[in-house]
Design a protein around this ligand. Structure first.
Ligand SMILES: *Cc1c(COP(=O)(O)O)cnc(C)c1O
Length: 361
């Protein structure tokens, strides 16, 4: 069986060495030595400062909302993983959807400003979907003009650069997920990169019940990363360049062989690619279902990321219908892409897709 993704597992002996360290130090969590080491190494690798490791990417978003003092309405997009909007609802914030651009699948710049005027939000939470950067320059200009915060959900963008700068440097906060299915992972985990030094210190206390050197200083929650996750992260990080090269090969092979028959997400000018996803855009949902069926018959399971469009969920109160998001969500399929996807398996996937496509024509 081949799934859309498969978690990367580093060398087990390397991991065991770290576990032995954990046994020796008897420190299992609470910003232990491995969490500290991973923080330093990630800051170096990603060329950022003020990186705070947490227990998952959803809590990273929730901490970001809290530390930046978000209230009332917040603008985001419906073409994303559920956590980017459910985290807002969970924090009693009021999500207002702005539709996406059909080219890059990210928040539509042309519709952003009118929605800011209409909803008077405290912040925007744009998502860099499939590792493709939002139009950051435009978003930041609009946010500045209206004096509202920007929190980027950068869950998909490990290692991506925008205009030669690390993407996590942008916004008041950028958050990232290190879930097992993501490009870089710690089994469960995530991080915030916070621009303001004081807010960074505040967030550090927040993720540990509001404690500051043993004194309860403020309202907090538990969002700490544990040492076993940090150990896994240290092992995966060592192999990152290898993972990246292999994925680039797979991505490029898909693209070369499918480019004449299908449509794709267009990359935002200035955004690099981290090859974390390979989404294919079909002409319509019928074609997608047919291709998906043909692949399933061969025990291959691509995923309909992101389907359904989040503006169709009835537990999220909002008034907008986002046509572009619904349209893209109905005909997008993410193909299997992971470190050890075998070459002949990839050729079967490509072949099946092309056959299903040409039978339809
Ligand atoms: C994965 C993901 C999250 C949530 O991260 P977890 O670590 O699974 O909690 C949030 N937003 C987006 C866009 C994601 O893909």
């Amino acid at each position: 069986m081949i799934n859309v993704t498969k978690s990367y597992l580093p060398n087990i002996n390397k991991y065991k060495k770290y576990v032995e360290q954990i046994y020796k130090s008897n420190t299992l969590t609470n910003n232990g030595p491995l969490t500290k080491e991973l923080t330093i190494k990630l800051q170096e690798f990603l060329d950022v400062k003020n990186l705070l490791l947490v227990s998952n990417g959803t809590l990273a978003l929730q901490i970001a909302y809290k530390v930046m003092g978000l209230s009332n309405s917040v603008i985001t997009t419906p073409f994303s993983f559920i956590a980017s909007v459910s985290s807002l609802v969970w924090e009693n914030l009021n999500p207002k959807f702005v539709d996406i651009n059909r080219e890059d699948f990210n928040i539509s710049i042309t519709e952003l400003e009118e929605n800011i005027i209409k909803h008077n939000p405290s912040a925007i939470v744009p998502v860099h979907v499939f590792g493709n950067s939002c139009r950051i320059k435009e978003i930041d200009e609009i946010a500045k003009k209206h004096n509202i915060k920007v929190i980027y959900d950068a869950s998909h963008t490990f290692g991506v650069k925008y205009q030669n700068e690390p993407i996590l440097k942008f916004g008041d906060v950028s958050t990232i997920s290190f879930h097992a299915t993501k490009l870089f992972h710690t089994a469960e985990g995530g991080a915030l990169v916070i621009k303001d030094d004081d807010k960074f210190e505040e967030a550090k206390q927040m993720i540990n019940f509001g404690y500051e050197t043993g004194v309860i200083n403020k309202l907090g929650i538990n969002a700490k990363m544990n040492e076993f996750s940090a150990a896994l992260g240290l092992c995966v990080l060592d192999d990152m360049n290898l993972i990246y090269e292999r994925r680039k090969e797979i991505w490029s092979n898909y693209y070369r062989k499918l480019r004449d028959s299908f449509d794709f997400q267009k990359r935002t000018p200035g955004s690099t690619n981290n090859y974390s996803y390979f989404p294919v855009l079909f002409k319509n949902e019928k074609d997608l279902l047919k291709a998906q069926g043909a692949l399933n018959k061969k025990n291959i399971y691509p995923r309909r990321y992101f389907h359904p469009s989040l503006d169709t969920l009835d537990f999220i109160k909002h008034s907008q219908i986002c046509k572009a998001s619904r349209d893209i969500a109905s005909r997008i399929l993410c193909l299997p892409i992971f470190f050890d996807l075998q070459k002949n398996d990839q050729e079967i996937i490509i072949d099946t897709l092309l056959k299903s496509h040409f039978v339809l024509l």
